[in-house]
Write a protein that binds this ligand. Structure first.
Ligand code: GDP
Length: 445
């Protein structure tokens, strides 16, 4: 089967505090809260979300969410956003406040954007009626080819702006491949590029870059014992800034874009630093996008007493990554090229698990086990019953559980069903989804 792995363009909104960035962000992403769905135990972060207009999909980033808007120096603050947008965005929306008019810092930022070579839309917010449109005159000194008036709050003129936006979105080439698609993700400096470089320089590996349309989205095909894998966005990982660092704040958006295209994510952790919140957030992206996950504990060469350290890590890892108890992990040293090819067989295994389809008869045998080991919920004289389970999807495997009162069941019930399913069918390395449905509702249809 040929699959399509098309990177989604990234649209970044920047602007002074209170110009309406999050209002615009909310409007653009309203019906598409898909990237970060609510997963128990996973930190939620809603500063980047899927959006769609006229069938074109893209990711919107609200920089106001990334950078707390408390700083005294508004210019420096917006400059940070602008540098982020220039580095990561395909299209930049410079949002301005039609009520306040043009400020000197707006002018400065706009000059910076104009010299960046990026596509920029200058959007004047808070224009909510035809009589307000004369406010646009204020903004002519920006020297923009075109100004887009909108009201993010009411939606006035919003369609015209969105039509213009999708016209400037880059069209990425579709990479058609049936190779397993692997994304390497993790915080900056955990050793991603060291790992990728080590892999790509191994003797038995045949490597060929697959060009995309941007410098960042170049994938590499890598063969391990004759079997080929597509490593996603390898150029983006290897690219560093002038100081040799990948920049902290870019990690989340990059992870979203790469993970979205992969089958399995290799999540790199740095054992010299332990598991921190940003690790949990990136892991949460993998889980909520329903992708396979394999963790590698890198820099293991730094451990002085590896055996003791391993026990401690194992505990810590399962505690902090408790939402992903299904994910395999092992130690590596990217620097010393130790154990770095160990994950290829694991990737194959996880991919197989993601495609597994369990016959309904087998599922219902397990259902009996679920029922015998579970306290069914009851509330005000209603008792919850489970009738049957069926698998409705793969990649990731998804199941529908038919009951009489779905609302009676809690997270803990669903987790119990998941546990029993995993005890029998494993699903190593992949999230699974369990949906409760009202059986009688289905009957009435
Ligand atoms: P990235 O930002 O995740 O791509 O991280 P890099 O690959 O640039 O690595 C960051 C730093 O960690 C560099 O100084 C690497 O030499 C170092 N590093 C990477 N892997 C290892 C490892 O396995 N052991 C040790 N001791 N250092 C490592």
């Amino acid at each position: 089967m040929v699959k399509y792995t098309m990177p989604k363009p990234i649209v970044v909104i920047i602007g002074r505090p209170n110009v309406g960035k999050s209002t615009l962000f909310n409007r653009m992403t309203r019906s598409h809260a898909a990237i970060v769905e609510d997963t128990p135990g996973v930190t939620r972060d809603r500063h980047y979300l899927d959006a769609e207009w006229e069938g074109k999909s893209f990711i919107v980033v609200d920089t106001g969410g990334f950078y707390p808007e408390a700083s005294d120096d508004i210019f420096l603050q917006v400059k940070e956003q602008a540098l982020f947008a220039i580095g990561e965005g395909d299209v930049i929306i410079h949002l301005l406040d039609g009520k306040d008019g043009l400020t000197p810092s707006d002018m400065e930022i706009s000059r910076l954007l104009r010299t960046s070579g990026k596509k920029v839309l200058w959007v004047i917010n808070k224009i909510d009626a035809p009589t307000r449109e004369e406010r646009l005159y204020d903004f002519y000194p920006l020297g923009a080819d075109e100004l887009w008036p909108v009201s993010a709050a009411t939606g006035y003129l919003y369609e015209y702006f969105m039509d213009a936006l999708i016209l400037v979105l880059p069209v990425y080439e579709e990479v058609k491949t049936d190779y397993p698609k692997v994304a390497v993700v993790g915080r900056p400096n955990v050793g991603k590029s060291t790992l990728i470089n080590a892999l790509l320089s191994k003797k038995r590996m045949i490597v060929s870059p697959v060009p995309g349309t941007t410098r960042d989205s170049i994938d590499s095909v890598c063969a391990y014992y004759g079997k080929k894998y597509l490593f996603i966005d390898t150029a983006g990982i290897r690219r560093k800034d002038a100081y040799g660092y990948s920049i902290e704040r870019f990690a989340m958006v990059r992870a979203v874009r790469s993970v979205e295209r992969c089958d399995v994510a290799i999540m790199v952790l740095d054992v010299s630093e332990g598991i921190v919140e940003q690790d949990q957030k990136i892991a949460g992206i993998i889980e909520s996008l329903g992708k396979g996950a394999v963790f590698v504990l890198n820099k293991w060469d730094l451990m002085e007493k590896p055996e003791e350290a391993y026990k401690q890590w194992e505990k810590d890892f399962r505690r902090k990554m408790w939402a992903m108890p299904y994910a395999p992990f092992f130690t590596i040293s990217a620097l010393q090229k130790k154990r770095i090819t160990k994950f290829f067989p694991v990737i194959d295994e996880v991919i197989k698990e993601r495609k597994k389809r369990i016959p309904t008869a087998d599922l219902n045998k397990v259902l009996r086990e679920v029922l015998s080991s579970m306290n069914l919920p009851s509330h005000r004289g209603k008792s919850g019953k489970i009738y049957y389970i069926t698998q409705v999807r793969t990649e990731p495997p998804a199941f529908v559980v038919f009951t009489n009162y779905p609302a009676l069941f809690r997270d803990s019930h669903v987790r119990h069903i998941e546990k029993v399913l995993r005890n029998t069918f494993s699903f190593t390395g992949t999230p699974i989804r369990i949906y409760l449905r009202d059986r009688d509702k289905e009957k009435k249809k």
